[in-house]
Write a protein that binds this ligand. Structure first.
Ligand SMILES: *[C@@H]1O[C@H](CO)[C@@H](O)[C@H](O)[C@H]1NC(C)=O
Ligand SMILES: *[C@@H]1O[C@H](CO)[C@@H](O)[C@H](O)[C@H]1NC(C)=O
Ligand SMILES: *[C@@H]1O[C@H](CO)[C@@H](O)[C@H](O)[C@H]1NC(C)=O
Ligand SMILES: *[C@@H]1O[C@H](CO)[C@@H](O)[C@H](O)[C@H]1NC(C)=O
Ligand SMILES: *[C@@H]1O[C@H](CO)[C@@H](O)[C@H](O)[C@H]1NC(C)=O
Length: 310
């Protein structure tokens, strides 16, 4: 969250963050039009806090930001811009409570902010907290307006977290891959016609007692268990769809092995390389707990993305 004098500067910063996420082709769009679109998006996402301002409350203070940080420091990092340098506070070096799996996301946001500052210049003194979880944290109740806005990797209905930018996941695994080279190896006509998906069955928890219900395809339970149900569909239609789990992060011990057996998966399924992904015409993208971290990266792979929202 921001320590800013007024909400309009918050909008502008948010707009800049959005702008940074846009592909270069968008950057060529008329600047004024783009700016207006970004500001509209920022305003709609910052609605609860706009109302706070309209209610005549004071701007957020350092103490408000401190309170938010103290509350969310297990899953969030704090960034300060001082004398032109962005500092990320929340690395494992100083706070071992921040989960290791979230460190990469912190680094990604840090790089984004550094890049933004270099390209566009941001006001010194910015101080914001960024939730790195794959679920939002601030329920959109009037209570939430008391706190400064929290940037999150994703948000959803009923939450007031401001959705941030994430291009990670896929790219993190292959930090040195050269997109043009990989694309050159896979012209569209040579690509597989099967829709392709790899990921974890996040979105639900899988216990020894219940996991079998969740891999059964059923429209009623699809919204929560879409990922395991997609893998089920893949088993039923292997000519159309190749969907597998390389791992399960929300499975009780022993569940993953049983699940793999029932779904006819080999014991070891690799996470896909850029070549694996870009040798397919169609990539399925299904939200897990909150959103798909890989989505933005996948937009740059010249594949058709089949995305089902919830
Ligand atoms: C982080 O959160 C814990 C528990 O919520 C709290 O006790 C601690 O003081 C917080 N640390 C910081 C640096 O705010
Ligand atoms: C990071 O936060 C901790 C706890 O609030 C503080 O003691 C430390 O000075 C901060 N580090 C930086 C570089 O600001
Ligand atoms: C990626 O590969 C292309 C084609 O070989 C080359 O022209 C380009 O410089 C490479 N980009 C980077 C960042 O290495
Ligand atoms: C899964 O378990 C975690 C930890 O017990 C819990 O916080 C979360 O709400 C559960 N998710 C679902 C979808 O049941
Ligand atoms: C997949 O879902 C169907 C229901 O559409 C169910 O009959 C079948 O048992 C499921 N397959 C597996 C491997 O669980």
């Amino acid at each position: 969250m921001f320590q800013t004098k007024d909400t309009s500067s918050t909008f502008i910063i948010f707009s800049l963050l959005l702008a940074a996420s846009l592909d270069q082709s968008y950057a060529a769009a008329p600047r004024k039009k783009l700016q207006a679109a970004l500001e509209r998006t920022a305003e709609s996402n910052l609605l609860p806090w706009t109302q706070r301002q309209q209610a005549g409350r004071s701007p957020f203070t350092t103490a408000d930001v401190d309170a938010m940080w103290a509350k969310h420091n297990r899953s969030a990092v704090r960034f300060f811009l001082r004398n032109g340098e962005w500092t990320m506070n929340g690395s494992a070096d100083w706070y071992p409570g921040l989960q290791r799996s979230l460190q990469g996301r912190g680094g990604e946001v840090h790089e984004l902010l550094i890049d933004l500052h270099a390209k566009m210049g941001l006001p010194d003194g910015l101080d914001l907290v960024w939730n790195l979880y794959d679920i939002p944290l601030i329920p959109a109740t009037s209570q939430a307006y008391q706190q400064p806005p929290l940037f999150s990797m994703c948000s959803r209905e009923g939450y007031a977290d401001v959705p941030g930018i994430s291009g990670g996941a896929f790219l993190f695994r292959f930090p040195t891959f050269n997109r043009s080279e990989v694309l050159a190896r896979h012209p569209w006509k040579t690509r597989s016609n099967k829709a392709f998906w790899r990921g974890s069955p996040t979105g639900g928890n899988f216990s020894l007692d219940t996991w079998r219900d969740h891999v059964t395809f059923h429209l009623d339970t699809w919204p929560q268990y879409r990922r395991p149900q997609l893998v089920n569909l893949s088993q039923q239609h292997p000519d159309l769809l190749d969907a597998k789990f390389p791992s399960c992060v929300q499975c009780a011990p022993g569940v993953f092995e049983q699940m793999q057996k029932q779904l006819g998966q080999p014991e070891k399924v690799e996470w896909p390389s850029p070549d694996d992904l870009m040798s397919h015409k169609y990539i399925v993208d299904l939200d897990g707990n909150g959103w798909t971290e890989r989505f933005l990266g996948q937009l740059a792979q010249q594949t058709a993305i089949l995305k089902r929202h919830r």
